[in-house]
Design a protein. Structure first.
Length: 105
């Protein structure tokens, strides 16, 4: 069972160019650090959980995902290419912190 739940962005008339500005996005990721560090998560999972409702205001989905990916890199998360879907981790997946009990037996 997860220990942390995401805290989605809430507000009226949220515009993507303002919401995905580097300084705003950094603060949102910091507020959700517990949830982000708990399990590896894809850019799509992060987007869907933290940004459920906003106006794209001319930004494409690809531009928005690139903003999220840039912010994740700036926040020192690592992108793991080894999964079926690329996932962001707070540590390398081959580190002792990522080993499961099954790996130890």
């Amino acid at each position: 069972m997860p220990k942390h739940l995401p805290e989605p962005v809430r507000g009226w008339h949220l515009l993507a160019p303002e919401l995905f500005a580097p300084e705003v996005l950094a603060e949102i990721l910091m507020d959700n650090a517990g949830w982000l560090r708990e399990l590896p998560r894809s850019t799509r999972q992060i987007h869907n959980a933290l940004f459920p409702n906003y106006d794209r205001a001319g930004m494409t989905r690809e531009e928005i995902f690139r903003c999220i990916e840039d912010a994740m890199e700036q926040a020192d998360y690592e992108l793991n290419e080894g999964k079926p879907e690329r996932c962001w981790c707070a540590y390398p997946l081959d580190s002792p912190a990522s080993l499961s009990l099954e790996d130890l037996w």
